[in-house]
Design a protein around this ligand. Sequence first.
Ligand code: C5P
Length: 398
Amino acid sequence: MSRLNNRHIVLGITGGIAAYKAAELVRRLKERGAQVHVVMTAAAQEFITPLTLQALSGNPVHTSLLDSEAEAAMGHIELARWADLLLVAPASADFLAKLAQGQADDLLSTLWLACQAKKAVAPAMNQAMWADAATLANMDVLRQRGVTVLGPAAGEQACGDVGLGRMLEPTELADLAEAQFQGRALDGKRVLITAGPTREAIDPVRYISNHSSGKMGYALARAACDAGASVVLVSGPVALPCPEGVERVDVSCAQEMYDAVMQRVARTDLFIGCAAVADYRPAQAVEQKIKKNAETMQIELVRNPDIISAVAGAEKRPFTVGFAAETQDVISYARGKLERKNLDAIIANDVSDAGIGFNSDQNEVVLLAAGLEQALPRMGKQQLATTLIDRLAHCMAS
Ligand code: C5P
């Protein structure tokens, strides 16, 4: 899998005949797992339509600085912050001059100034324009400011001239975009995470469940995605948005969660069981709503499958990580669970402390594995998730 997986690329397209190749470039970037937002100058729209690029990128195309609707959806500053790489391809002579001058009179040039991510340009112009002293001086300015210049290539040009000035081919540009990024801890890995509670039906309107908010599992999914992995999140019912770049599979009860996980386990490198799976379900889910006729009632419960034990026992077994929410003797109970469920690692936390665990935004855990006991102090769940993913990637590699 590519180092571009889950990377955020803003592709700026300026006005030149090579703009048609930008469509192909979007495809090459998407093939490698990048998320792409396209920004077009007015001149670029004379060569290729925003609709084409919207269809290929899967995102609305940004064309105007002064469009209140577009700004409300994702403003230019937000887009500048979202980008891991801002790539202008093709970059016309005029636009490169504008960048060298620091002008900000349209969306793309404004975004360029506002963006603190890596920046690259792929010049495309007539060979005489590329060789002109003004263009060469502008390129020097941009290089000195840390802008990566990709190309141009030599060859036959649309105008009939032969020489330097052709935009690099889309595949070459995608390779060079990828080369801008260092490897990440989970590049190329497939991660499966369970999160949230399960609901075990008593009748069509009632169920047994628990207070799990899903926050920790969702934070882990986001952190794994940021670390380069392809992430599937099998989620019980929670009120959280799916992190960008993560594939969410919605389930309701433990049996559905079990099925969704076991279907995917052979294609998983790292499994994290973060869900608070109900241990028992009503032996019979009654088809009609139960009437309140009697003073007391009994519901017979039967055990649910233990999902994580099934994962750990699978023939093609991923690196398997569980959670142990305990109220006393946290470490020794967690170690017991690590061994009994045949896990590679377990994350233990003390849920008797109201400030951490279940609905809270903070958590404090101990990571246990064979020969490892690492306490991670109280911190926000997202920061903790990032730390845990980093440690788990390390454990997997060693
Ligand atoms: O046995 P206990 O519920 O304490 O174990 C917690 C760990 O096991 C968590 O990782 C949880 O997601 C997982 N689990 C599971 N299936 C169950 C019960 C727990 O995967 N039925």
